[in-house]
Design a protein around this ligand. Sequence first.
Ligand code: BG6
Length: 489
Amino acid sequence: MNENVFPKNFLWGSSSASNQIEGAWNEGGKGLETTDFVKYVEVSDRAAGETTFSVTKKQLEEYRTHPEKYNFPKRRGNDFYHRYKEDIKLMAEMGLKAFRMSISWARIYPTGFEKIPNEEGLAFYDQVFDECKKQGIEPVVTMSHYDFPIEITTKLNGFESRETVFLFVKLAKTLLERFHSKVKYWIIFNECNMVFHAPYPCCGAMIDNTELSEMQLKFQCAYHQLLASALVIDEGRKIDKTLLFGNMLSKSVYYPATTKPEDNLQQQFDIAMDNWLTDTQVWGTFPYYMNRFFSEAKIKLPIMCNDLEALRKGTIDFFTFSYYCSVLCNYEETGLKLHTTDLTSKYKNEYLKFSKWEWAIDPIGLRIALHQIYDRYHLPVLVSECGLGAYDKVEVDGTVKDDYRIDYLKEHILQLKESIKDGVDVFGFFTWSYADIVSQTTSEFSKRYGFIYVDCDDYGHGTFERLPKKSYFWYKKVIASNGENLDEA
Ligand code: BG6
């Protein structure tokens, strides 16, 4: 029986990020960006603790001096830059209503410091948006998804500096003035809370490129991003009142590792640290508990005159979050700890299964996440990322039978449906990702998330040809039935 749970214009979408798909790292006048220096780390080295996500000043110097020694997969992406027409056509044939993508800052302002934007970069996005329109797909655009012109990182240490706020506002104004008639939904920054975990991808800051303590650096960057976001929203409303602005949170659902009150306290603390950011984005004010936290952690936010007013003015219209898994919070003897986005905590939830990358698969967590957010903020919600990273294989008959991905998404959509029945105002669901792309945290290509298989390996070998997987045809049916037919393709 068709229950018509999903709203009529529900945005069935899929997501991506420029640094993970575009490639063409040195074409079209693009400058170098932070992600161009994130190398692929062999699995054996990863097991030995080598980091795959962040880059230090020392490493950056080595990569700049000897680039030939390293494999930088984000320079290749999945070749979207050259294949966007083919990709958007495939999305349209799947019935996709919306496509979330991001802008490469260094394509528009190659170093970040130019006065005049790079016309070739703007023209590229013009063409992408025009193609989306031609194919009846709504673009949802993230202004900044983990990439920064490298000059902003080396000279200013990213969002450590207040100057970066104004460089970002310059970028945003350029984008909004140019594209406001083509893009209605804007997400300012991807996953604001990931700064606590990784300031390099999230805020363009290197931990050895500063005089500040690591904690001060993280909170200073986070504060400057909050300020930049508010200023951009205020400017955007002056440019076009019809535009809608959203935030973006990496929403892991936190469970206490045990029933010990201390573990509950740690869970509450983790939620509170996320809420600090999102309360500011939604209400323009800091929650009461931050004063004590800042004072005890010796953190001083660089608040200047008019900032608080700017934060109050530039609040968001809709709330977005990525959801992949839940995590367990455990209290350590040393006291409450800032560890919000550690997806692989040392305790394992015995009731859940795990992906090959140890991310807990927890569809009910999505329902919990939707409630936590809607109950607190009462804003329309968009699930802007959800998906399963897996090793896919092309069978001898030339198909990819990714039933595990179908199962994962089906279970999550069922919980989404329950949340809508509960009364949560969700207006879209975006899978991660439309096609296989470079993994953000590990830079692997073999950690595949897409509905479309891309012939490429971790070293860039392959034709980059596209092949729809079984899940592609399944999602097509889901969309065509507006979420009512979740049975197999
Ligand atoms: C989200 C990011 O946190 O997780 C994406 O916004 C990322 O950029 C996604 O790709 C999945 O993470 P990973 O590391 O598996 O690619």
